[in-house]
Design a protein around this ligand. Structure first.
Ligand SMILES: [Fe+2]
Length: 174
């Protein structure tokens, strides 16, 4: 059956003909999945930048930053899966390519040449703040649709990104 076609019973059918009938409208599921796709792209991009900086950091703070970046990229890596799987639970495909992430992300790729250590910290602080803004922008959609699992996921992500941004800001305030 065609994608998005209404049945006599009302629920909207996904592409494979199986209805997604969880009490959230087709329009709201699409809007929330679109927002979560931007959050996934931001999170993956920030993950890769943080891992890049773990590899390339230099200077007197090497040990501290190398270790801190590892904790941060591990957390980001673990975060992409629940975001992607929430998109799937809403009946939409999860983006998973560098081209899709480049198109969807609100944050830039890591610089081609590794910056100095404090510039790395500044870039990551900007990144965590940007991901927090992306997560926050989805909240009204989830709230309005009664989508508590997405709201819960966004709350968890906001807590991490705002706390990490604070820690990075504190490093910059030497
Ligand atoms: Fe390592």
């Amino acid at each position: 059956m065609a994608k998005g076609k209404k049945t006599a019973a009302g629920p909207v059918l996904a592409g494979n003909g199986l209805a997604v009938n969880i009490g959230i409208s087709d329009k709201d599921r699409g809007a929330i999945a679109g927002g979560l796709s931007r959050l996934l792209a931001d999170t993956y991009t920030l993950y890769l930048t943080t891992h890049n900086f773990h590899w390339n950091v230099t200077g007197p703070m090497f040990n501290t930053l190398h270790t801190m970046f590892m904790a941060q990229y591990t957390e980001l890596w673990n975060a992409v899966d629940p975001v992607a799987e929430r998109i799937r639970s809403l009946g939409h495909p999860a983006p998973g390519s560098y081209a899709a992430y480049a198109a969807l992300a609100s944050i830039p790729d890591a610089p081609a040449t590794p910056p100095n250590a404090m510039e790395m910290v500044r870039i990551l602080k900007e990144g965590h703040e940007a991901v927090a803004r992306t997560a926050r922008s989805i909240f009204p959609l989830a709230d309005g649709a009664g989508d508590e699992p997405t709201a819960d996921l966004l709350t968890q992500r906001l807590t991490v990104h705002e706390q990490t941004a604070w820690m990075l800001r504190s490093l910059l305030q030497a």
